[in-house]
Design a binder for this molecule. Structure first.
Ligand SMILES: Cc1cc2nc3c(=O)[nH]c(=O)nc-3n(C[C@H](O)[C@H](O)[C@H](O)COP(=O)(O)OP(=O)(O)OC[C@H]3O[C@@H](n4cnc5c(N)ncnc54)[C@H](O)[C@@H]3O)c2cc1C
Length: 282
């Protein structure tokens, strides 16, 4: 890959990384897995004069699983895929990670980098928004935490100030009580970004959440479809009814969407719900 020239900084501590971020200013970029940044540099869409590689900062490589899940900024998709913690939530995290691209991409690309990059087709913005994650950010000015729903402001647009580094993504405690999940990622070819992506989650309180990804400008909740799903016992609505409800919500929320794409998203939603209902957890 032929890249434009740049200075590479490889801090070993967070203090050093934050000092570099403050000193180098807006023309420098944080380098995490490089799976999005380096191709953009290759095609000259970005020409940062300096990169700050955060992957050697040990504190950012931590993936904590108790008491809450906290994913450090240097944790890769493959680290999540290899996590051995038992539980429904971890089955979901592992399955989601394993479905991203190919192993070389998963071994470098980071979860938090995906959130900062905010590609509407990205897998982590969908799942972690549905799980109500929070993003922690740091700078020499201090720390702040932002709900992921607010952090992603639109396609390729996230709330990171020029002197900040996103440090971690944290899940709320209630995420660990997840009862069931189903997911459906449609791709034109294996290993590609999703053309439609749906998640159905049932929380410890029995309530469902239905979310779509790979849709502009970012993850879309389908609360009316979720409200039709039974909390406990009862019968699942027919697949065509779930798809019809999803389609109504998609068209209401995204009136300019291509009808074929809307239909693909709605079908993906119905399949995700069925998978969750059947209790498929891995
Ligand atoms: C062939 C291929 C297929 C792919 N398929 C998929 C897929 O199916 N699903 C999917 O979700 N993704 C996919 N990706 C993208 C991949 O998951 C990337 O890892 C992800 O988009 C960005 O993460 P990264 O760690 O590589 O970030 P980088 O490329 O290093 O950075 C991306 C952007 O975020 C900024 N940034 C990164 N981390 C931080 C931080 N901690 N603080 C502040 N700024 C930061 C960078 O400055 C840059 O602007 C694919 C990539 C490739 C190359």
């Amino acid at each position: 890959m032929k890249l434009p020239p740049f200075a590479l900084h490889v801090p070993r501590t967070l203090d050093e990384a934050l000092a570099l971020r403050a000193a180098l200013g807006s023309d420098a970029k944080v380098l995490a897995g490089g799976q999005s940044l380096l191709p953009m540099m290759r095609y000259r869409m970005l020409r940062p004069y300096a990169l700050i590689d955060i992957t050697r900062v040990v504190s950012l490589t931590r993936l904590d699983t108790t008491p809450v899940v906290r994913i450090g900024a240097a944790v890769t998709h493959a680290d999540v895929e290899r996590c051995t913690q038992a539980g429904v939530l971890f089955d979901l995290l592992r399955a989601h990670a394993a479905d991203i691209a190919f192993l070389p991409v998963r071994g470098r690309g980071t979860v938090v980098g995906s959130l900062v990059h905010a590609d509407p087709a990205g897998d982590w913005p969908l799942l972690l928004t549905a799980l109500d994650a929070t993003v922690e950010l740091g700078s020499l000015r201090g720390r702040r935490a932002v709900a992921l729903r607010d952090f992603i402001r639109g396609a390729m647009d996230s709330d990171v100030q020029v002197d900040e580094i996103a440090l971690a993504a944290t899940l709320p405690e209630r995420a660990s009580g997840l009862l069931r999940w189903g997911r459906c990622k449609l791709m034109h070819r294996a290993g590609e970004f999703a053309s439609a992506s749906a998640l159905a989650l049932q929380g410890a309180d029995g309530r469902w959440a239905c979310w779509l990804g790979a849709i502009d400008p970012g993850p879309l909740a389908l609360p009316a479809t979720a409200a039709r799903l039974p909390a406990a016992g009862g019968a699942l609505p027919a697949r065509r009814d779930i798809a019809a409800s999803a389609l109504d919500e998609i068209l209401a929320a995204r009136p300019h969407i291509d009808p074929l794409a809307a239909s693909r998203h709605a079908q993906a939603m119905a399949r995700a719900v069925e998978q969750a209902w059947q209790g498929v957890t891995a």
